[in-house]
Ligand binder design. Structure first.
Ligand SMILES: Nc1ncnc2c1ncn2[C@@H]1O[C@H](COP(=O)(O)OP(=O)(O)OP(=O)(O)O)[C@@H](O)[C@H]1O
Ligand SMILES: [Mg+2]
Length: 247
């Protein structure tokens, strides 16, 4: 692997029922899709990387620095969740501006950057709208604009487009791919949770399959998702190893 950008080193985290263990690395500039059944621990994994949850043991190394105890704001990370990414009382432009300044006091240059970020996600002219006046897809685009404006090297995406229809989801992923390629600081390293194997196949460099708090497979997308590799993966995808032999 190229230089790893993110390393979960023997991380353990326990909820009452579920004993989670993660030990893997993501290369700088890599796009890793994380898939697996509901309740497997995917969101917990992202929360641990972001610093909202702290591992019981093990280390989180980001950019070569041990961040295990660093608070979320001090990690070189930005994130987009499935929903509720925006503050309801702030406009679209203010929600994006939070990525640059928590006080919302912006320089002229920063104001231009907010306008450009909204334009990049196709929302020029929507700057004064509040979240309630935007569609679900538009709200997610505002969240994406904010995440990109922060220019943090690691982007955590927890099913950000799950509420959108298939066409819009593909469109958003294309947008994400384009914004990522255009970043001045080089492509972000991405950890993206999705329930859609086609999202992983079309966009990710590798895929990790999480089941019951463990990462049971990680590798090139086609290899991990191919029928017959692992009965848990086949069951999740609704495919059978038997079926593939007849294709
Ligand atoms: N605060 C909590 N306290 C105790 N258990 C929790 C807590 N939050 C989540 N869990 C449990 O931990 C497990 C993993 O949850 P997590 O949200 O990481 O799953 P997930 O893989 O993201 O699922 P989904 O695909 O449905 O989003 C689940 O069984 C969940 O019930
Ligand atoms: Mg989840």
């Amino acid at each position: 692997m190229n230089r790893p950008f993110l390393h979960l080193d023997a991380v353990r985290f326990r909820y009452d029922e579920l004993d989670m263990r993660f030990d893997f690395a993501v290369a700088a500039g890599e796009w890793l899709a994380v898939i697996g059944p509901s309740g497997a621990g995917k969101s917990t994994l992202l929360d641990i990387v972001a610093g909202f949850l702290h591992p019981d043991s093990g280390r989180i190394v980001i950019g070569g620095i041990d961040r295990t105890t660093a608070p979320p704001a001090e990690r070189p990370v930005s994130f987009v969740f499935q929903e509720n990414n925006l503050f309801a009382h702030l406009t679209a432009a203010e929600n994006v501006a939070l990525g640059l300044s928590p006080s919302l006091r912006l320089s002229a240059d920063q104001k231009r950057a907010v306008d450009a970020a909204l334009a990049a996600v196709g929302l020029s002219g929507f700057d004064r709208r509040r979240p309630a006046e935007l569609s679900g897809g538009e709200r997610q685009r505002v969240a994406l604009a904010r995440a990109f404006l922060r220019e943090r090297p690691l982007l955590l995406l927890d099913e950000p487009f799950a509420a959108l229809g298939p066409a819009l989801r593909q469109e958003m992923l294309q947008l994400l791919k384009r914004l990522r390629a255009e970043r001045t600081g080089g492509p972000a390293t991405i950890l993206m949770v999705t329930h859609h194997p086609e999202d992983a196949r079309g966009f990710a460099d590798r895929v990790a399959f999480v089941e019951n708090g463990q990462l049971i497979a990680i590798g090139p997308t086609d290899a991990v998702l191919s029928p017959g590799r692992d009965p848990h993966i086949d069951a999740y995808l609704g495919q059978s190893a038997e079926g593939s032999r007849h294709l």
